[in-house]
Design a protein around this ligand. Structure first.
Ligand code: ZN
Ligand code: ZN
Length: 411
């Protein structure tokens, strides 16, 4: 590590994640998921959390090497046999309203070579065991945050012409820049949150019925859920704590109507999903359902993904991000959704966020379904933005409002 002021920047970064991201309050308890090689950042997060008044930080150390060996070597039976303490632990932590910080740093293809079916089976068994965590998260019953950290293997894959040390520095620098680590990151973020919120207010004032996307890679009409709400930057959890779930974030997003999506679209950036890279994901929709799907690379993983459950055949998120944004302008394809989705208009296969409709977190699954909010075990964002993309908003009475022109906000 030769990056100037690295230690200071990493401290500022940890403080931002704790004080703006998950917005730690006095007596809050935190569940931190982070890779074993990120000990320095983990310690800084722990320091920042206790300084902000946290009562307890529980760390789940992650190691994809160990996971990969297990997935490749274990029996079919053991693969899906999740010990009961995993469910008990998930239930206990969510009962006690632990907030979550998840730090992503694994290389995009860290699980490549694992049989796609076995990986999907394991993930499904694990997410069933940990369902309380997914549900608490998606309903904002807890505050939560996803952010990133550089890892040498990932860095070298992004910058193959650089030495390992240079590449590692380069990736950290990119993470700091796109996460807006300025002299005063907290102040910078307050201004950024204001800007994004204004965009969301504008879209909410239009009361759109549908969006029509047109580009070389898209001709699709996406209905929006009834009573949908555009959200940006932050959310408020059910305890009333305002938090920013993604750092970085550039998106304004809402719930599509799972009954009303027609046309086709192709992804424009590689997607790293569960340690595999998927490119040129092509989806054809009729009445909200995927009727044809293919990917140039990672097709098997895509096929398994859309087979997960009923909801994995439709969309749960529509997000707008100008082509001209800091992450996009960095011209780095991070091969990590957290960054790449914030460089590009994107959609998500699978679950919608109940908070994206009025009073959504208090509605039953049936009611949410009626409004068009999708339900699924999966939520996988994929990037569809391009410099030639035009998006029209269509209102209930059929009038057309330009939303995007040539990849950027129309106004
Ligand atoms: Zn998104
Ligand atoms: Zn998403």
């Amino acid at each position: 590590m030769t990056l100037k002021n690295f230690d200071q920047k990493l401290t500022q970064y940890a403080n931002l994640l704790v004080n703006v991201g998950v917005h730690v309050q006095k007596h809050q308890k935190i569940l931190l998921s982070i890779a074993v090689d990120q000990q320095l950042l983990a310690h800084k997060l722990v320091d920042a959390a206790y300084a902000a008044g946290a009562d307890k930080v529980v760390i789940k150390w992650q190691d994809n090497y160990v996971l990969k060996q297990f997935l490749n070597s274990t029996t079919d039976e053991m693969l899906t046999k999740i010990p009961s303490y995993i469910k008990d632990e998930a239930d206990t932590l969510m009962n006690e309203h632990y907030s979550r910080i998840t730090i992503l740093s694994e290389a995009p293809d860290s699980l490549s070579g694992v049989d796609a079916k076995r990986l999907a089976k394991y993930q499904q068994a694990l997410s069933t065991a940990q369902q309380t965590i997914t549900e608490a998260t998606i309903n904002n019953r807890i505050s939560w945050l996803v952010a990133g950290a550089a890892n040498r293997v990932w860095a070298k894959e992004l910058f193959p012409d650089e030495s390992e040390e240079e590449a590692y520095d380069h990736l950290w620098e990119a993470i700091f820049t796109t996460s807006r680590i300025t002299d005063d990151p907290i102040k910078t973020w307050q201004a950024h949150i204001n800007e994004l919120s204004k965009r969301a207010d504008w879209l909410n004032s239009l009361h759109l019925d549908k969006l029509h996307y047109q580009a070389k890679t898209a001709d699709i009409t996406i209905g929006l859920a009834k009573d949908h709400i555009w959200e940006a930057a932050g959310s408020t959890d059910t305890q009333g704590n305002y938090f920013v779930p993604n750092i970085p974030t550039e998106e304004v997003f809402t719930a599509p109507n799972l009954h009303d999506i027609n046309g086709e679209i192709t992804s424009t950036k590689p997607l790293s999903y569960q340690g595999n890279v998927l490119t040129k994901i092509h989806l054809v929709f009729k009445d909200g359902q995927i009727i044809d799907a293919s990917a140039e690379q990672g097709n098997e993983v895509l096929q398994e993904l859309i087979k997960t459950d009923a909801g994995s055949r439709s969309l749960g998120e529509v997000a707008l991000v100008p082509y001209d944004s800091p992450i996009s302008n960095s011209e780095i394809i991070f091969q990590n959704t957290l960054y790449d989705e914030n460089a590009s208009n994107h959609l998500a296969i699978g679950a919608g966020y109940p908070f994206n409709v009025k009073n959504g977190t208090e509605l039953s699954k049936e009611k949410l379904h009626q409004l068009g909010v999708n339900d699924s075990q999966v939520h996988v964002d994929f990037m569809v933005g391009s410099a030639d993309m035009n998006i029209d908003g269509i209102t209930q009475n059929g009038s057309i409002i330009p939303i995007f022109r040539n990849g950027n906000w129309a106004e």
